[in-house]
Design a protein around this ligand. Structure first.
Ligand code: CMP
Length: 140
């Protein structure tokens, strides 16, 4: 199977609680490799663009507010079937519905503070990675 790249955000609830290493340990134990990573403070414009598909949803303002309140860690993860693999180990968006052992079951506080974002398709992974990383920042 081909090696894929997927895009990840360790969200403000993870940085605030000093959990980025704990989440990275789950990622690495699952066989995914962190091939790019940086800690940034998202601007409102960056968050609104990134989550543009949700612009009409009732939670959009809250989502942008939460994502810009404190720093995040943006990442590129590499591995076989990385897009689906990362979604599997993150668990369901709402931690109340997430399987035991998943990142969101273990660490998330709520659907809005759900610790991690991962791309939902290979096409979106490419777009999301391109918003935050240039090619020479990704070192496999
Ligand atoms: P994420 O995978 O980053 O993609 C969109 C985000 O919107 C999602 O994780 C949740 O954190 C957030 N979200 C989805 N549904 C709700 C909701 N009902 N209320 C608040 N935030 C939500």
């Amino acid at each position: 199977m081909a090696i894929e790249h997927t895009f990840s955000i360790l969200k403000p609830d993870a940085t605030r609680r000093n959990l980025t290493g704990a989440v990275n340990a789950v990622i690495e134990e699952a066989g995914l490799r962190v091939v790019a990573q940086k800690r940034i403070h998202l601007t409102k414009a960056q968050a609104e663009f990134f989550y543009g598909i949700h612009r009409e949803r009732p939670f959009f303002g809250e989502l942008v507010g939460t994502m810009t309140a404190e720093p995040v860690v943006v990442q590129v993860l590499a591995g076989e079937n990385a897009v689906a693999k990362y979604r599997e180990i993150m668990g369901a968006t709402n931690p109340a519905n997430a399987d035991e052992g998943t990142i969101r079951k273990r660490f998330a506080l709520s659907v809005g503070e759900n610790t991690a974002h991962g791309s939902d398709s290979l096409d979106n992974a490419k777009l999301e990675i391109a918003q935050f990383f240039s090619g020479n920042e990704i070192v496999g």
